[in-house]
Design a protein around this ligand. Sequence first.
Ligand code: ATP
Ligand code: MG
Ligand code: MG
Ligand code: MG
Length: 561
Amino acid sequence: MRYSQYMLNTVKEVPADAEVLSHQLMIRTGMIKKVAAGIYSYLPFGLRALRKVEQIVREEMNRAGAIEVLMPMVTPAELWQESGRWQQYGKELLRIKDRKQADFCLGPTHEEVITDIVRREIRSYRQLPLNLYQIQTKFRDEIRPRFGLMRGREFIMKDAYSFDLDDAGADESYRKMYQAYRRIFERCGLKFRAVEADSGAIGGSFSHEFMVLAESGEDAIVSCDSCEYAANVEKAELKAAGTAAAPAAQLEKVLTPARRSIEEVAAYLKLDPWQLVKTLVVETDSGEVVAVLLRGDRELNTIKLCNLLDADWVEMASDETVLKATGAPTGFAGPVGLTLRILADLEVEAMSDFVVGANEKDYHYTGANHGRDFQVERFADLRQAVAGDACPRCDGKLESWRGVEVGHVFKLGTKYSESMAAKVLDEQGRERALVMGCYGIGIGRTVAASIEQNHDENGIIWPMPIAPFQVLITLVNPKDEAVCEAGEKLYRDLLEQGIEVLLDDRDERPGSKFKDADLIGIPLRVTVGSRGLKDGNLELQVRRGGERSMVPLAEVASRVA
Ligand code: ATP
Ligand code: MG
Ligand code: MG
Ligand code: MG
């Protein structure tokens, strides 16, 4: 590709809403253009990176035995009514009507559609196991789209769905996907970890999230320093350490004795209600005082509470034993509805036995310190909670970090196959509900996460496997005949070898070309200048680390390959 004929306009300014580096760099390198909140066009340079990730995903899914399909983005309400999610899904599900007033929605995920396909196509256990996947555009009307492609409303996802006759088969399908995911993220050049995750609304029997390590990540993760244990704190749970709590004087009192809706609580605590992981002491309508852990469930559009004494998650709307539902607070769709009486007249000192900082940076109580003031425990161990950041699996210590969820594997069980009657005949001729799994990867989010991990102050540093181009040839002065000739020849030679090359043949100052080269971050760079050419050399430079060497003209093509 010739830069002079390409559409790759780098920009200096970044919009005010670009808070994280990957978003800023994607805008500055002209990879994406915002069309509306959380909705982007992919421009040529950005699209190349997305396609690279897609290709890796496709190859690894195929290698794992999954088969590609493509489902529609617009899906009929009937399917969602069958599974019950038409009612359960909150405002993230964008519902639309056609000209006949029939209800449809834009698919945020495709369990219903795929289950409908499989129940009509698959009759016998002999056709199993089956794993179908697609790479397709999703729509989720996210409450707070942000960070560019990291949390868009429209985004590209690879979603796969496995179907097995029994649990053992489903576990094997899950294991295969887990391995495929490891390969995918390794090939993308990412530092990641698979962590145990709450299976949330989909209600699987187990699930793992693939987390890319990044400071800007929205998820908080703990992992053990000596064993394999790693979990999303949504599952691992935060627990206050009564013994090591910060002195009361250092904690700012953030709760007031008032009746508040969840939404008000969230606003008051400066938290996105859907990201709430919060320990509170509350009073129920029946006057009982309980310590609870609170978390929003985006998919179901509900708030879940865990009574720390029972160590059990409860969906507030459906359980009256912890807190009583008292009608939906405004602003929430779905089955949410409760009022909390937050007991702030408890002394802060007493509260600090229970109440800890939120999982969001900058939202901790003033003076509270993660690690010093609270520990992490699994629910099961909560009742016998002891001091010290002990790993629930071994004698190791837990460490905490932040991550970006790029992939998620769920064992679904029979939730959809039961409700939608997806059954097959087994060897004995008996009807059995299929045991399912579902597996998602955010394509755009993976590209963004890669940039989060691979950049310096001058720009992106693409890992070779997902780089939009592998080699950049910069003609220092394209008007110089010798430079032009040597550069063009190298360009043709590399193209012939199947290498993706961008030839910077623009009539620009060398300084601004080098700046752009750093910014767009192509891994290998060949600089063709008259000075080096006099000695028959071109300069080869590696973007990561910046190592340079002069290479004889004739050897460049083979060195690059
Ligand atoms: P999150 O917790 O970040 O909201 P999720 O758990 O709702 O994500 P899943 O339903 O597990 O997402 O979807 C599978 C994958 O799709 C995620 O692991 C992520 O990579 C990607 N994804 C989900 N929501 C978005 C989004 N709004 N923008 C971009 N990618 C997304
Ligand atoms: Mg979500
Ligand atoms: Mg998630
Ligand atoms: Mg998820």
